[in-house]
Design a protein around this ligand. Sequence first.
Ligand code: BLA
Length: 312
Amino acid sequence: QPALQPLIKTGTSVSTCCWRNRRFFVQSFSVSYRKFVDFALEETRRHTHLVPSPLQEKFSSINSKDGKGVLHMLSFQAAKIRLLRSLSIETETMQVLDFTVFPKLEYDVPIFCANFFTSGRSNIIVLDLNPLHDIINRQDYKEKYFSSLIPLGQKYAELLPWGGKLTSESIQFFSPIVLWTKFPSSPENYDILYSAFQDYYKAWLELIGKAVEETNASQISFNREAQHRYLTWRAEKDPGQGLLKKLVGDTLAKELLRNFLFNGVDELGSKMFLDYFPEFGCEDGTVNKLHSIVGKSYENRPWDARGEFIGS
Ligand code: BLA
């Protein structure tokens, strides 16, 4: 078994199985996203003083209903950070990281967003600095935060190619440097993902570090509504919902979504989902359960190498 040692060191487990009386080595690449969270917390603490969020007491860890998995939650706040929160899920067959950082409303800095879903050999990845304001029509906002980051995005867009069609509505929440990708599990791919996560997080910390506090009340309320709209979308339509419900049941999943993951959805504004997204309205006034009204699109990356939007 000469290859065992190095494989184990890179976080890979190797087991054997029998098939028609022959023994095979089966590699199952099980990733743990713990080091991603450790990195982010350590790096944040180099810039600011993190204080545990009041949410931490209520949300720390939950066992899945079948007792085979565990959900870990962490939450903090800081001088410029309304909420830094992390949900990681580890079961026998699946690893999930949902790590998001929301700036305080005095800052129009993008929302840091890492969503990694790993199930066996496949991975669904979104890593982005989600723009708070309209990136497609507001050139000034795009220039303020993204012009300097286009080369970074370009580097990783080559290493982690576009994942194909996605829910069309999601594009409005993504930036020109979004990494939307799917890849087969391998130590090499996780190394690239870890390095993208580190670089994107360092870039975000620099943006928030340099950000100047807004004092104009109408600008702050503009930021508040933009954050509320974002939270409203994700609390209602996040693709992870179905799985979350399966793992912990409907009631707890809803509680996690509204009070932990997308905390602020019930506090930062009084508008409802249909006020922001009226196209989802059904005749009887309820919200259409579909993930998307438009359907899936954007087969290819809808931004060019200079970060110009080329989708429709
Ligand atoms: C799939 N997650 C996806 C997809 C996207 C995202 C784009 C592909 C399917 C689609 O096009 O909708 C992520 N979408 C986002 C993000 C935003 C958005 C980050 O609009 C931000 C605005 N994902 C999680 C958690 C779980 C999870 C916590 O964050 C599970 C508990 C799972 N994501 C998950 C699963 C899929 C998925 C299972 C595949 C299912 C599907 O394609 O609908």
